[in-house]
Design a protein around this ligand. Sequence first.
Ligand code: C2E
Ligand code: MG
Ligand code: MG
Length: 762
Amino acid sequence: MIDKLNHTAAIQSAQLRQLLSVSRISLLASISLAVFLAYIQWEMVPFTNLFIWCSLMVLASLLRASMVYLPQRYSMNDSAAVQAKLGNFRLGVIVAGAVWGSAGFLLYPADHPPYVMFLIFVLGGMTVGGVASFSTDRVSSLSFSALITLPLVVRLLVAGDHISLAMALAVLLYLGFMLIILWRINQNFIENVTLRLEAAAREDIVREGKERYRLLLSHLPVGIFHYDRNLVITYSNERFANMLRNTAERLVGLDMKLLKQQAILPSLNKALEGNMGYYEGHYLATFSDAEGWINMTCTPSRDAGGKIVGGIAIVQDVTERKLAEDKIKNLAFYDPLTDLPNRRLLLDRLQQALASSARSGKEGALLFIDLDNFKALNDTLGHDMGDLLLRQVAQRLTFCVREDDTVARLGGDEFVVMLEDLGEEDIEAAAQTEIIGEKILATLGQPYQLVTHEYRCTPSIGATLFKGHQLEKEELLKQADIAMYQAKKAGRNTVRFFDQQMQDAVTARVVLEGELRKALEKQQFQLHFQVQVDRANKPLGAEALLRWQHPTRGLVSPDLFIRVMEETDLILPIGQWVLDTTCAQLKAWQQNAQTRHLSLALNVSATQLHQADFVAQVQAAVLRHGINPVLLKLELTESMLLKNIEDTIKTMSALKEIGVQFALDDFGTGYSSLQYLSRLPLDQIKIDRSFVRDIASASSDKEIVGTIIAMAQNLYLDVIAEGVSTEEQRQFLMGTGCFHFQGYLFGAPVPITEFEANLKQD
Ligand code: C2E
Ligand code: MG
Ligand code: MG
């Protein structure tokens, strides 16, 4: 606690303070008693004795007075000065005691016992006063009292009579008792001083501790706040206030129930329930624009009796850590030059794409893109220009694909594009991939502005398709890479598929698409008509079927090109042409009494039917040609009806109102659900030719055809069988209740002139 040296110094300092505080009064008492004694003993002792004693007393008093009254030029904390001063004081006391003691000889009136009594009385009083006044310092009080009394005792002993001896003894006893009491008082004083010093030291320690705690709290790198049971802040350290861009003074008293960020309240309340609360997340200050990420731990705060009186929350601002984490994550998954996903993220996304493709059954594709002659650019214009080009390529690639697709950079001049949801069919997926590949070729082939240089650059693209988990992701990437080398070998600036069959199919398709566009321009399409008859073979009308008069391949069947037309929207202009030509034909037939009753069926594809203005288009055609719409029949297939059944019903109903008829083509090959069949405003169903073909041999087909006919009758729908090519088939169909037919037995699809010639023959 306090070491011995300090302790002694502190006690001496307290002693000196105490001695000085009583020394004025004791000096005054001493002088007045001295005057009084001198006055009383005046005539009883020799004048020389009195003169000597008075002179000594004046000198001694002056000495003491100088110590008491001279200005104090030392500090009580300076232990050496205190010790010196105490020594001086003691000297003064000893001198005074000696002078007073000399009175026992010099002022002793041997022959006047009452005066001797007075002298004893005065010296006794001085002794008592001295012991009392100087009790805090054993040296002072002991020497003072001993110096006063001992000469008197000696003098009394010298006197030798029995009363003097008795008095000497009494004085000695008296002195003894005094000294014992002095000892006690002094001990008490020292103990008191010690206690006081210890208390002061302890207080200092507590004060220091408090200050240290306050400093610690305010300079801690974490925010700390205390709150009461009402969630009102009762203390905030500087750090916490800084985090909220506020001051600690303003935060104290804040009711946290009013905060914008209510998300932290549950963890604060948890502490009030006696548990640990924890919150990690974003924060948005209510009274400033401070914002960031924190993690906060809350513990209950209890009073001395253990009752929870509030909570203590320790808050760490983790914004920087979070930003650093984000940056690290970014570096780990993104290419710093182009900000595109890197190889790792690509493989990650590819894994997900494989899983999602396995679920949906839809195909995806990888396009491996390598810039042609990129090395030459780096070597001639430098790496800075190379980097600039790569950044521009990255931007253009991102522009070429949908938001859901992934564009990644593997490193160098290698990029990968991952496409998803390309449909369920290989050829369809390959076609879409090809289209995007061509788009990338065209986009990346545009000139680049590299600062002052205009630069041209082409890519080579390798493609591969994926569906489910058939292949590992690394394997797929390798396939796309190999295909890319094939593209390089094939002369660069081109797309190549890994799968040769796919490549052939795609190539053929690309050729076909080009030719179809040309065919449309050059009007190479024509309509053939196939007759539809009743049970007496009497013509009821015809189905209009599209033909393509190819310059080298001759007449091409729609089965070979309708699909490509549908996928490229070429079907829209051609569909419009079919509708127009059919209406024109109907109009022509209406002019003639023999053909006036004939109906004409035409095939409509899904893309056409789902156009917003399809009803208007048909209506316009009917009006333009002035035909009877009841003779116009639109053939639809099941699968296209199901796509958007509510809209389809609306479109069909609107056309029905005009009078247009509907037939359900290829019936039996689709879903054939009775439920929707009854909801659609149909007039006729056409039994698919695949059932008719085997009707004579396969009993299952017989049953199917029988069921279809029964069902149609139930729904009051007309039934027609297509692909009827033998008399046997006709007979069977008639036997089951189908009396309308279309097929080679009655006539193949033929040009209009031939069709009309046949009619005339009949
Ligand atoms: P579809 O509508 O079911 O047409 C009937 C198909 O059966 C025609 O083939 C026809 O030539 C053929 N056929 C007729 N009688 C017989 C027969 O006794 N035996 C056999 N084996 N076949 C017979 P086509 O003309 O090649 O047409 C194929 C498909 O192309 C049509 O099937 C139709 O879905 C579509 N199509 C034809 N023209 C158009 C059109 O103008 N627009 C649209 N969107 N599709 C069309
Ligand atoms: Mg048809
Ligand atoms: Mg059909």
